[in-house]
Design a protein around this ligand. Structure first.
Ligand code: GDP
Length: 284
């Protein structure tokens, strides 16, 4: 497997996250809304225990709105609160603040009944690299703060950041690497740009993308690349990539064509596309 995930690193990252979990009331698990399954780390479920937990479907501006709604419903049915977010363009994350308070309402009421006014909520962000942890943290704090430790295994003294919402946030987000047991998960992470481009050959990723678009967004695929149904019916997606290489005028440079297909997906030429479909992954 091209993606290296050493058990030692995994345990170190897991232990650090576990230690810091003890310090907070609620965990904000940030996922990429295009990959609400593939951009989660299953380890988190094991260590989160009874802790309150909100899934933030970030980069929702890039994701298929219908599937984002389906995912929210899916998480709700599993008993986990979730919220969509576009941290890049939204200046205020006030909906998130409202949800955090709603999730913690019982705890806050308990403290208030015991005479504690203005219980100070403590939260931490967690997620795999690149899902938008720093962006969300900065938006909540209302100014740019240096977010450090963006690697598993980086230890550092913990500081609390005051946010605009009267919630304290740990200044270092918890990082867990994605877990790539299923090659499809790796392809989706590569396609979305969550993992480095050099990890998988571009033609594998592009062929995965063409297959996925063919299965889920056929009209968009045929419209954008001017394909007729014969192109689709008579060719494998490998052949389709060769056909597109010629169509793009790239002679036999299949890698260049593959990189263009990948960039076309990332740059929304096929519109807002979500790569994970609820239900597809719950067979294990
Ligand atoms: P981190 O590694 O989880 O801390 O991720 P960052 O906060 O550094 O974000 C990674 C990239 O995603 C940056 O280029 C951000 O500008 C971008 N980004 C973050 N949130 C969003 C979002 O909601 N929408 C879009 N389109 N881009 C986002």
């Amino acid at each position: 497997m091209a993606f290296q995930w050493y058990p030692g690193h995994m345990n170190k990252a897991k232990n650090q996250v576990q230690d810091r979990l003890k310090m907070v009331d609620i965990v904000l698990e940030i996922v990429d809304a295009r990959l609400p399954y593939s951009s989660r780390n299953p380890v988190l479920e094991d260590i989160i225990n009874q802790k309150k937990h909100i899934i933030i479907l970030n980069k929702s501006d890039l994701a298929d709105p219908k599937l984002t709604a389906d995912w929210k419903l899916n998480f709700e049915q599993e008993g986990t609160a979730s919220i969509e977010s576009d941290a890049k363009h939204d200046n205020k994350l006030s909906n998130l603040n409202t949800l955090i308070r709603a999730e913690l309402s019982q705890k806050i009421a308990k403290y208030e009944n015991a005479g504690v006014k203005n219980y100070q909520i403590k939260a931490m962000c967690i997620g795999i690299p690149n899902v938008g942890k720093s962006t969300i943290l900065n938006k909540m704090v209302g100014k740019n703060v240096a977010v450090t430790g963006n690697k598993p295994g980086v230890t550092k003294n913990q500081n609390w950041l005051k946010t605009n919402y009267g919630i304290d946030l740990l200044d270092t987000p918890g990082i867990l690497w994605p877990k790539i047991n299923d090659p499809k998960v790796g392809m989706k992470l590569a396609l979305s740009g969550a993992i480095k481009d050099k990890i998988y050959p571009p033609d594998d990723v592009a062929i995965f993308a063409l297959n996925f678009l063919q299965a889920h967004y056929l009209k968009r695929l045929t419209d954008v690349y001017n394909l007729d149904s014969a192109d689709m019916l008579n060719h494998t997606t490998g052949e389709l990539l060769m056909h597109l290489t010629e169509q793009f005028g790239y002679k036999e440079d299949y890698d260049r064509a593959a990189r263009k297909v990948i960039m076309d997906v990332r740059n929304l030429r096929f519109g807002r596309v979500t790569f994970d479909v609820p239900g597809e992954f719950y067979e294990e």
